[in-house]
Design a protein around this ligand. Structure first.
Ligand code: ZN
Length: 138
């Protein structure tokens, strides 16, 4: 069995954003040479997510509105975590949107369902962050 590991670096200029990282993940899969197996992709920060869904801007707007209802950023004083920081909402948003995805690799390609794409969800941006890609298979 082969294995391959690589990190993707992102620096989102806004506090929150959804970034389609599918092209980067596909490039890493190609350079791994692995044709069949499993690919894990996870955020390496507790204020960011990796998830799979549709690359549709209306949906991303809906996520933003929905997440702000559940865990509004303001007022920051409403959160106990914000004694030293202002990112309690980002931790909660990350929990809801998830840490990682696993995708089957078949014949050298990500074996997606219809319209599935991999997204990085940033909830406390404006600094350099990492996403891990780990692939096992042959
Ligand atoms: Zn924090």
């Amino acid at each position: 069995m082969k294995h391959y590991r690589k990190e993707i670096f992102l620096e989102v200029p806004t506090r929150r954003a959804f970034v389609n990282i599918t092209p980067q993940v596909e490039a890493i899969l190609k350079e791994s040479g692995i044709k069949n197996g499993l690919l894990l992709c996870n955020a390496m920060h507790i204020t960011a997510s990796v998830f799979i869904n549709d690359d549709e801007s209306g949906l991303h707007h809906d996520y933003e509105v929905w997440l702000e209802k559940i865990a509004p950023h303001e007022p920051v004083s409403q959160y106990r975590h914000n004694g030293y920081e202002d990112n309690a909402d980002a931790h909660i948003k990350r929990q809801i949107m998830g840490r990682e995805v696993v995708v089957a690799v078949t014949d050298g390609k990500l074996d997606f369902g219809t319209w599935e794409r991999i997204f990085y969800g940033e909830f406390d941006g404006r600094r350099k962050k990492r996403v891990l890609v780990k692939i096992i298979g042959e």
